[in-house]
Write a protein that binds this ligand. Structure first.
Ligand code: ARG
Length: 461
């Protein structure tokens, strides 16, 4: 006998093609432990409502514990005829507790409220693992920033030299973005910590079951206020998928830089052998595969989010079978990030920076032109004119193939009477960096404050 959950009004089992289409055990099996925990909690409220005796509750729990152990050991697995994890486990329970007792558990619940609840339980657990993985990447960035305090590099906009910044400042910019992702997951948890159990198929239960008791039992803060919402909504899944995609995007931006920095042309970093790969044909190659895989997998994480949102779009209330498609995207998010994050933090932690090259390049490309303009402003020149004068200095340098500090006092005077020899005080990387000492700036003193605040925020996350 196939699918036996709804035998009553059916003549026969489903066509093989439908059974194959319908099946989800190959991806929802990972929820088995949560399903059994939910069943134990549900049995307790059945007892409280007088629908199970003490003996029956004890028998039910003993059978569920045996089933749990058999699932863990692999002694109990989904059969070809099982549609989903819920129906498989009901079969397993009945095999262990007998049809009379085992058949009582389904009262007052539906696979619709079950699946909505189990998904939240699973994601809440894995959100913690993902957060820890992201915090490890942050930690690796913080360690590199600490190790290299004071090292300048070319700061870029439009990928062109813009202004000198500290390498630590740049690395911490990535760390702050990732820290917000961790905070997003924490904030998300307050919405995920609400249990749909007790919503039944969509309308709630007539059996006097207490949703709050089940919720507390399963580690939730509360139960849903609306049973239709409880069974039909998946915004909590979609929000998880957004944060996963955001983490992917944030990692991809670091990745892109690591890939560029590791080129011969940049030569800003050397990757550790343990976090790079070779070529099967080109003996000299050392490839940044971790960063490339992270960049690639960010596309997959974005795809999971857009796929899930597309599934949800325009779906009428309440539960529709479309919702079975909610799981693979978020499960893939979890698998992808739990695989990627340890490799990523390892890659970041072992990067060797070519600090000499970075320091040399920091002021090149007229990256101190803004400093000249701001120096003029401090002499009372309106910024619009200061900008023009500094631009004129750049133009002279470009014509002669020299840098700003190569201009003579006379060269400066020829451009403007305002450009007195005093301007030289800002014509060094050091002077430029140190002048940006307000909160959030790239001066070493400001970066030290930033580093401490980030460390504290990450420790509290
Ligand atoms: N396996 C389904 C899912 O993943 C849950 C079962 C609900 N099925 C149903 N026919 N009401 O969403």
């Amino acid at each position: 006998e196939k699918l036996s959950l709804w035998g009553g009004r059916f003549d026969g089992g489903p066509a093989d093609a439908l059974a194959r289409l319908s099946k989800s055990t190959h991806f929802d099996w990972r929820l088995a432990g949560y399903d059994i925990a939910g069943s134990k909690a549900h049995a307790r409220v059945l007892r409280s409502a007088g629908l199970l005796s003490d003996d029956e509750l004890a028998g039910m729990h003993a059978a569920l514990d045996r089933l749990d152990a058999d699932v863990t050991s692999g002694a109990f697995v989904a059969a070809v005829s099982d549609e989903d994890v819920h129906s498989a486990l009901e079969r397993g329970l009945i095999e262990r507790a007998g049809a009379d007792l085992g058949g009582k558990l389904r009262a007052g619940r539906s696979r619709n409220d079950q699946i909505a609840t189990l998904g939240r339980m699973y994601l809440r657990d894995h959100a913690r693992i993902v957060s820890a993985g992201v915090l490890d990447v942050i930690q690796a960035l913080v360690e590199q920033a600490t190790r290299h305090l004071g090292v300048p590099m070319p700061g870029r906009t439009h990928l062109q030299h813009a202004q000198p910044v500290l390498l630590s400042h740049h690395l911490l910019a990535h760390a702050w973005a990732l820290l917000r992702d961790v905070q997003r997951l924490q904030d998300w948890d307050s919405r995920a910590a609400v249990s749909p159990y007790g919503s039944g198929a969509l309308a709630g239960s007539s059996l006097g079951l207490d949703p709050l008791a089940v919720a507390r039992d399963l580690g939730f803060d509360g139960a849903v206020e609306n049973s239709i919402d409880g069974t039909a909504s998946r915004d909590v899944f979609a929000e998880f998928a957004f944060v996963a995609a955001m983490i992917g995007v944030d990692l991809s931006r670091i990745s892109e830089e690591v890939i560029l920095w590791a080129t011969k042309e940049f030569s800003f970093v050397t990757l550790d052998d343990a976090y790079s790969t070779g070529s099967s044909i080109m003996p000299q190659k050392k490839n940044p595969d971790v960063a490339e895989l992270a960049r690639g997998k960010s596309g997959r994480l974005i795809g999971n989010l857009t796929g899930l949102l597309s599934t949800l779009k325009a779906m009428p209330l309440a539960y529709n079978r479309d919702l079975q498609e909610d799981k693979e995207p978020v499960f893939d998010d979890v698998d992808t990030l739990e695989l990627l994050l340890p490799a990523f933090s390892g890659m970041i932690g072992t990067l060797v920076f070519n600090t000499q090259k970075m320091t040399e390049l920091a002021p090149l490309g007229f990256a101190l032109a803004t400093d000249i303009a701001e120096w003029l402003v401090r002499q009372g020149v309106p910024f619009r004119i200061a900008h023009e004068l500094s631009g004129a200095a750049v133009r002279v340098c470009e014509e002669r193939g020299i840098e700003l500090w190569d201009l003579s006092d006379q060269d400066f005077a020829d451009i403007s009477e305002h450009l007195t020899p005093g301007v030289r005080e800002v014509l060094s990387t050091e002077g430029s960096l140190n002048s940006r000492s307000a909160q959030g700036g790239t001066a070493r003193s400001a970066v030290e404050v930033q580093l401490e605040r980030l460390t504290t925020a990450a420790a509290n996350a």
